[in-house]
Design a protein around this ligand. Structure first.
Ligand code: SF4
Length: 450
């Protein structure tokens, strides 16, 4: 709704109780999703109900797990460049109850402890889908117990049998697992379990989006609120087609029964781990909410986590590190001093290269608002004046005794101006690419300064 449309439902008394000077100002903020409708205490119950329903995100936020959570949904746009994507899809590993308990426990521990660092963030997987493939309740319960004893990550419980599901929920409901799934054969019983145990429910109907909407509507009418849809996205063409249809229907047509995140199983028809990973990558981009992987290989999982990070990083908020002076490899006061910008990718590329070459150095970081070197220079945020100001602000003279500063090769043009700004300092032009820093420090630094 636009601000003007929202304004029509407000009391128009300008009483300021919402914290805004006028009802119109409040309406504009609500339209921009910067204020909640609940802040106005003067609304009539009818207006409140109407506005709350109208301002609900077209795709509901659904949370799985208790302490560690997968939060998925709450998306408002079809394309990331329109605004941003808010909740990255959960990547979970499927464990089947046909595996031996020892193998299952080992895999669960291995996945739970998997973590890689990128741009200062710890990237991890998000949980497990426990599959009652054997159809045997005892095997499934053994697997559930193994999972509970070896991980605190969120769980998806997969069994078509409601009696088996109930037994599994008795052991896990306090951690709010996802119940997979309500089908046209068992939806009433599964929905009742979701209500009794306060757990989210997956609704599986793979014939068509229309049938899926019908089944979801029935589950909603029983009172289930947290729903994940399973439309059967199982091949490259079918997946992009189905998931895009659901996203369009939810966002453009406000189709409430389809306004939920979706679960996918890219390994179901894959010819191998690589094929599965390719489909998972497509589903990260368009538009899965939870992706269940059958294979866990760090070499495959790492690119998926990186892709997900890139797509779900808000393009309007660059990831950056704090300005300051950073010691790398335990430097002393005769060791090199380099300068670069606070864009995370820039910082971690430069710091990583210095670290791996083993040369002790100081790295001065300028506040450029999270811009890379050339962009910051073009924007006037990484010029001679700003670098000199940062050097003074962080007292570089307290750290080095040689009065030499290495600037990135891409801004060689500011060398003269920086020598004027930092009188008595020798400005050295370093390499353009971070990967050449090691060689530069080992060869050129000594020649120029020592
Ligand atoms: S609290 Fe409600 S009535 Fe008062 S100014 Fe805000 S929007 Fe208007």
């Amino acid at each position: 709704m636009t601000g003007i449309e929202i304004y029509k439902y407000l009391p128009k008394t300008n009483c300021k109780k919402c914290g805004f000077p006028t009802c119109l100002a409040f309406a504009m903020k609500v339209a921009q999703k910067q204020a909640e409708i609940s802040l106005c205490p003067e609304l009539s119950p009818e207006s409140r109900q109407f506005l709350e329903e109208a301002s609900r995100p077209p795709i509901k936020l659904v949370s799985i797990g208790r302490d560690k959570k997968i939060e998925t949904g709450n998306e408002t746009v079809l394309f990331r460049h329109e605004k941003t994507f808010y909740h990255q899809p959960g990547l979970v590993i499927r464990i089947k109850d046909t595996e031996s308990p020892g193998d299952a426990a080992r895999r669960i521990r291995e996945v739970s402890s998997y973590s890689v660092q990128r741009v200062g963030l710890d990237l991890t997987l998000d949980g497990f889908a426990l599959d009652n493939e054997s159809g045997n309740p005892a095997s499934f319960l053994r697997l559930v117990e193994t999972a509970v004893n070896n991980t605190d990550m969120p769980l998806v419980l997969m069994s078509p049998d409601t009696a088996t599901m109930k037994l599994a929920l008795d052991k896990t409901a306090q951690n709010r697992p996802l119940i997979y799934s309500a089908t046209r054969d068992n939806w009433q019983d599964m929905a009742q379990l979701a209500l009794d145990y306060h757990c989210p429910l997956a609704v599986s109907e793979r014939e068509s989006p229309g049938n899926l909407a019908e089944l979801t509507e029935r589950v909603i009418q029983m009172g289930v609120e947290d729903i994940i849809t399973d439309p059967g996205a199982d091949s490259f063409g079918n997946s992009v087609d189905l998931l895009t249809q659901l996203r369009r229907l939810a966002i453009n047509k406000r189709c409430r029964p389809l306004g939920y995140p979706s679960i996918t199983f890219p390994g179901d028809h894959a010819s191998g781990p690589e094929d599965e990973a390719l489909l998972a990558a497509q589903q990260i981009a368009k538009y899965a909410g939870i992706i269940v992987l059958d294979h866990f290989y760090p070499g495959i999982v790492y690119p998926l986590l990186t892709l997900r990070l890139n797509i779900y990083t808000d393009p309007q908020k660059p990831v950056k590190v704090a300005a300051g002076i950073y010691p790398i490899n335990d430097p002393g006061n005769s060791d090199p001093l380099l300068v670069t910008t606070d864009f995370s990718l820039t910082y971690f590329s430069v710091a990583g290269e210095i670290q791996s070459c083993g040369f002790p150095s100081w790295l001065l970081i300028c506040d450029t608002g999270g811009l890379s070197v050339l962009t910051a220079w073009a924007a006037g945020k990484f010029n001679a004046r700003e670098i000199a100001k940062t050097a003074k602000q962080f007292g570089v003279n307290d750290y080095v005794n040689h009065n030499a500063l290495v600037i990135p090769g891409y801004v060689a043009v500011i060398k003269g101006a920086l020598e004027e700004e930092m009188a008595g300092w020798k400005i050295l032009v370093g390499p353009r690419e971070a990967m050449d820093i090691g060689n530069y420090l080992k060869r050129t630094w000594r020649e120029n300064v020592l």
